[in-house]
Design a binder for this molecule. Structure first.
Ligand SMILES: *Cc1c(COP(=O)(O)O)cnc(C)c1O
Length: 234
């Protein structure tokens, strides 16, 4: 078994144990494997081990990987773009991805809607919310989410699916829990108005247990699967 296959099993075990602790079923929580900065071979190893959902953060690198895998006949991966989006880079994302989990302003949503090819199903969208309040982090404010959700729902080539957030980088579980629970509550409120919302994306390598305890339905895991990165940003 490859190291990556072993790491995937370990992460699945962490998810299952965290879910069991709060009486949730592990099947309610999707694992998004975050392969940003990692070579194509790493994605292939995870794919071989059965992983089908991948997240990428850098547009150019991401599109190269999506195309390279399609060229070798791999067509059953669900690709999520999870990075900060500049408006001049939306087109390749609209053309090659299944989801954009990091939409945080109307201008980006407008462009993705206009650029989504008609031959493809609507692009699945999560709104990224800045729950840590740190000003350098991407994400819309909690106060603006309802407005943005209302606009996104009106775009025919987008499908509003949920909320995504990155918590503060801290070991303090109480701080993490406080912000995850706030997002969970916001999500619950929005879901009543927008029934297409079924995805609450929160939890990364260092905080997945707290996120699962707070109702996450999608954890985004890079380091624990693929090893440490030299991050260019985040
Ligand atoms: C890089 C990244 C992750 C993965 O983080 P790890 O700590 O390596 O698990 C998750 N979500 C987003 C938005 C990221 O940019």
């Amino acid at each position: 078994m490859s190291d990556i296959a072993q790491h995937l099993l370990q992460v699945q075990t962490r998810i299952a144990e965290a879910a069991a602790l709060v009486g949730r079923s592990a099947s309610e929580i999707q694992l998004l494997a975050v392969s940003k900065t990692k070579p194509l071979a790493a994605v292939q190893a995870a794919y071989q081990a059965g992983q089908r959902r991948f997240g990428e953060s850098y547009a150019q690198e991401a599109v190269q990987k999506v195309q390279a895998l399609r060229d070798v006949g791999v067509s059953d991966i669900e690709w999520h773009f999870i990075g900060p989006l500049q408006s001049n880079k939306t087109r390749p994302i609209a053309e090659h991805f299944d989801w954009v989990d990091s939409v945080d302003r109307l201008k980006i949503a407008e462009r993705l809607n206009a650029q989504r090819p008609d031959a493809l199903p609507p692009l699945n969208i999560c709104i990224q919310v800045n729950i840590s309040g740190e000003s350098q982090k991407s994400g819309t404010t909690e106060a603006q989410v309802l407005d943005l959700a209302t606009r996104i729902q009106q775009f025919p080539r987008l499908k509003l699916r949920g909320l995504m957030a990155i918590a503060e980088n801290t070991e303090n579980d109480a701080v993490l829990k406080e912000s995850f629970l706030r997002l969970q509550q916001l999500f619950g409120t929005l879901q009543q108005q927008f029934p297409s919302m079924d995805t609450l994306s929160m939890g990364m390598t260092h905080d997945l247990e707290v996120a699962v305890a707070c109702g996450s339905s999608q954890v985004r895991i890079g380091t624990a699967i693929f090893g440490a990165r030299d991050d260019r940003q985040d």
